[in-house]
Design a protein around this ligand. Structure first.
Ligand code: FAD
Length: 389
């Protein structure tokens, strides 16, 4: 029996837990300082931009392709296992190109996707108008790119379904448990550290004869929880830097804020038989059931590497641009506004999926920045391959 600890239960940690839960030889425990889906995942729009992204080769395309393929089986598998209905929009993504956009790069991408076995269509403005009568294409829109095999999923329902399905397969979830740090190898003194847990140190021990990780974490600050693990997976999003800092391993992940809105429309939007995600200049209009939709998101970087506060004007700008595209949104009722922090690796490409150089028993699955929902299934598969190799 291999004992696995997963720190963090957003979409990434939950996906890994479910993936590993299928292997009876693995005993998996997931820790999160909060209830599930309170981090970045709870703020996400769930748009899965795979085929329509400009990544065409290497790791980044491979992860996207793996995830898109897996989503087609994962959603029905989770629905059957848990009885939850997971909102999953299979009508694709329609990207609107503004004046000045180089359409030849899209033609090239469509040809590449065809050679890879995926579909991407270039639409004239008239075709966009025919399929999406609710859009105002008078200003600036010169073409549409339709990606029928890209998807959108409700990230919260999906994560909760992953947790339920993993529980059914025997995974132990401990919510309200904050892991405060890791201490490696020879330095780790489990007994002492279990007492010093409150000071924020969490030991990992590793030796060649009996490689175990002593993970000691604090509940709500009262009693320390002490357990031994053979492997540790850090999928703590923005919390990853703090958890790994005590290993003298800088996994520098910083926040990029995003704001979005949930709207209720007065009338059905456009064509009832064709409701893809509409995207233009980085703004998404995500159709939902019951004449509702999400609009977002802003991309707000912290100044001087510090904290980032939501900028109300930037959200207004997103809404104004969405209304220019889809005038019916002007009449919509705003049900909710929210913001979240995307975990972005500093100075290196997203995401980070690797064993820590200083400790081969500790794996990082973090820093998914703007595509954590898209890349979660492929991340889970990569981690499973590393664990079972
Ligand atoms: C507005 C917005 C829109 C987005 N839209 C999309 C989209 O359309 N498509 C897409 O693919 N992605 C989107 N994203 C990005 C996506 O949300 C993230 O990439 C993804 O949620 C990251 O998942 P995660 O599991 O790594 O992190 P999180 O969801 O942040 O989960 C990390 C978890 O770790 C826990 N944790 C942290 N530290 C500790 C600790 N010390 N001990 C215990 N637990 C700890 C936290 O409580 C949290 O639950 C969007 C993000 C935002 C903000």
């Amino acid at each position: 029996m291999v004992r696995i600890a997963i720190i963090g239960c957003g979409i990434v940690g939950a996906s890994i837990a479910f993936e590993l839960s299928k292997f009876p030889e693995l005993k998996v425990t997931v820790f999160d300082k909060q209830p599930p889906v309170q981090g970045s995942t709870g703020a996400a729009l769930g748009v899965l931009m795979g085929v329509i992204s400009h990544k065409t080769k290497g790791r980044n395309w491979h992860l996207r392709e793996t995830s898109l393929q897996r989503y087609e089986t994962l959603i029905p598998e989770l629905e059957a296992a848990t009885g939850r209905k997971i909102p999953f929009n299979k009508q694709g993504i329609l990207l609107l190109c503004s004046e000045g956009e180089d359409l030849s790069k899209w033609e090239k991408l469509a040809a590449t996707r065809k050679s890879q076995g995926w579909k991407l269509e270039l639409w004239e403005v008239e075709q966009v108008r025919e399929f999406c009568p609710h859009l105002d294409l008078n200003h600036n829109i010169i073409a549409g790119i339709y990606s029928p095999q890209d998807r959108q999923v409700d990230p919260t329902t999906l994560t909760l379904a992953l947790v339920d399905a993993a529980k059914l397969n025997g995974v132990n979830f401990q919510f309200g448990v904050e892991v405060q740090g890791i201490k490696s190898g020879q330095d780790a003194h489990p007994t002492t550290n279990s007492l010093s847990c409150g000071t924020g140190i969490l030991p990992v021990t590793e030796n060649s004869t009996n490689p175990t990780i002593n993970l000691i974490s604090c509940g709500t600050g009262i009693l320390p929880v002490t357990e031994k693990f053979d492997r540790l997976i850090v999928s703590a999003g923005l919390g990853t830097a703090a958890v790994t800092a005590s290993l003298n391993q800088l996994v520098d992940i910083r926040p990029v804020l995003g704001q979005a809105l949930h709207l209720r429309l007065k009338n059905p939007l456009g064509n009832p038989d064709f409701a893809p995600v509409i995207t233009c200049d980085d703004i998404h209009i995500v159709p939902l059931a019951n004449q509702e939709c999400w609009v977002g998101a802003t991309v707000e970087f912290p100044e001087n590497g510090g904290e980032v506060q939501a900028n109300a004007e930037m959200l207004e700008e997103v809404m104004a641009r969405a209304i220019a595209l889809c005038p019916a949104l002007a009449e919509a009722e705003i049900i909710r506004k929210w913001s979240g922090l995307r975990p972005r690796p500093e100075g290196r490409p997203a995401p980070i999926i690797e064993a820590l150089p200083s400790n081969s028993k500790v794996f990082i699955a973090s820093g998914h920045y703007r595509n954590g929902v898209l890349l979660a299934p492929a991340t889970a598969r990569s981690i499973r391959e590393m664990i079972l190799q």
